[in-house]
Design a protein around this ligand. Sequence first.
Ligand code: 26W
Length: 814
Amino acid sequence: LALAPVTAPPATVDGFVKEFLRELNTGQGVALSRSTVNDQYLALARTVRHYLMARWLETTRHQRETKEKAVGYLSAEYLLGRQLGNALLATDLGEIAEKAMAACGLDLVTLRAQEVEPGLGNGGLGRLAACFVDSLATMSIPCIGYGIRYEYGIFKQTFVDGRQVEQPDTWLSLGEPWGFPHPEAAVQVDFGGYTETYRDGDVERTRWVPSWNVLGLPYNYMVPGYQNGRVNTLRLWSAQATKAFDLAIFNAGDYAEAVRAQTFAENITKVLYPEDSTPQGKELRLQQQYFFVACSIRDFINQVMEPGFDLHDLPERVTFQLNDTHPVIAVPELMRILVDEHKWEWDEAWDVTKRCFAYTCHTLLPEALEVWPVDLLGRLLPRHLEIIYQINDAFLAEVRERFPNDELRARSMSIVTDYPDRSVRMAYLATVAGMKVNGVAALHSQLLADKVLPAFSEYWPEKFTNVTNGVTPRRFLRLANPWLSQLITDALGVGWVTDLDRLAELEPYAQDEDFRKAFREAKQTNKERLYALLRARDGIELSGDHLLDVMVKRLHEYKRQTLKILHIVSLYEQIIHERVDPTTITPRTVVFGAKAAPGYRLAKEIIYLINKVGETVNTDPRVAGRLQIAFPANYNVTLAEKLIPAADLSEQISLAGMEASGTGNMKFALNGALTIGTDDGANVEIRQLVGDDNFFGFGMTEPEVAALGASGYQPGSYYESNPQLKAAIDLIASGAFSGGDRNAFEPVVSNLLYHDRFMALADFASYVDAQAAVEAAYADQEAWSKMAILNVARTGFFSSDRSMRDYLSRIWRA
Ligand code: 26W
């Protein structure tokens, strides 16, 4: 009996109720009549967990037995979103749970709303990691996601007088039912100290003598596949002090000092760095990176290291996918394990290491490429620095051999650079070590090879590849948009949820009047759901029948929220100065959602501007019923799930060549919003797939941007020569949105006029034209619905299931 496998409780309303009450009574220790919503949520989450447990244990057992090659996804961020709804979908228990809760006098929707989402990521990169592990589980592909269990995730954004104020994200404070701590699998991680050489028989070897260490405590999270009996694992590491009390200090009477050491260790996983593009070069961040990577590599090796396993076969058991450069310190770490601990020859170790890693780059912004000062690395990880030097020396020797007398080339490819300070270029290290390097959209991969790593793509053309990003249709269509999902299922059956190419079969429905009507009704239902949420969540009142125009993403100059605000101000300016008749413009509601990195001054000023424009516009009777602006605070995955299905228009307006891919763009298109967008990132592919007629493209192309930059861009000339643009900027500068204060927006205005690094002014005229085309198109609701349905039908390509197939064929099985 003790060996009997865990079985899931009966999937019936009665079975569910019984399980739930047991969790409430014996797990939470409360009676239903005395329980709080939080008690009920926790008990419900644990109940759903029970239904997944047998699948999880079976997946793990199967993996140990078959020893199938796995993906080790290394990511410092996972922006998971709420877990409960996804777990209910994966187990197909949604209806049963709803009825079971009702039988207990409870409302499932209320309990679901109690969950605090784990915000363990900043934006696109972290959400992508979450979509990828979902797809791998759904496709029954072995994967362990490795990452960090931050005690505080991405900060909670609030607005005080229109300005962003950050609050800590206390996601653990009410209890977190999804993580399983595994203290027995804790891993020690060393830091600091020095290296020394010693004689080992007749060879001289190096060893690292570290000066301090911490313990990595793993928490396992279930990653359920969609109704397929599979549950993969996400393993997130939490830092703990190695010894709770240093007894020597404790006995000497310095209790406070003994506890301090513990606090110091636990700082490592205390908080997610909220920078989304400019690395701060902080020591604690490097500690985080090495901490989670050292735990993960050690953990994976421990798992495969059974009697008879030869470490030389590691590349047959795993590919570690490096999610940007954040985990790249894993490369010298594996080398250190093989050379120092297992006493392998350097070349032997390098051969295995090279075949274990692949690197994904997620940016093109030069300032976003991570670089670690050599002195910092040497202080924290002296042995790793030596190994990086040795990798670099060997690599440069190879380059010099292939290109003799080309010292300039060798220097341009050096992993270690002397300018501006002696430091290690992590993207170069990843490129040298990885068997493959990929960008995240076709255009991005091209620019990555041609502009960021040209010498490397010339040296190893076959190493460079593209995998266009994708999003999980489970969370972002099936769960987030039940009404559209039902429509699609009525037309096609449920198969589309795991085979998104089948959306193509919707194409003929664009011509079907009844379908279009039902499609519009679904959109309207989504809008009403959103407006009810915003009313309750933010006290925002929106009227229902407007074109809903949405721009949600991190606040960054390159994404050009300022271009959007200039368009709004321009509309407003034309109405109040009676240049246009307000009754001729399409009523429009603009929604923004964006967090700014706390240290990113200009981004915060842009938030202030948006809020102040909103205040003025929303209270001006001259535009009432025509134009309104909403900026709900704290945009996150949970809000995205409500906002995206409601949108009519998706704003994807970055300067061409700057947005690596974007993934919000895909979510909007799949939910039947039309895109107004530049030729940037995955917009290019969206436009190709949906067709020019179903996409509002505008702005310069990347080569045009490069040419304009090279010719010396002067934003002032656009201001001077375009009266509409001038009027909009002048209105902002006049104090019209700041109670007459002409200085309120000086940082934003002068940046636009004198710098405008991302050329918002150059694209303004074209943007305004595209917005006029949007208005014209929206006026014909039948035609608009056709276009929107075609967007859904033609964007099945953007399922992250397809991305996973591409990673498999181009990288993991290559
Ligand atoms: C601390 C420095 C730092 C932090 C995060 C530099 C760079 C990053 C990320 C790479 C930024 C990021 O999230 N990039 C986004 O990745 C998405 C997934 O591939 C893309 O869709 C977005 O275009 C890209 O901006």
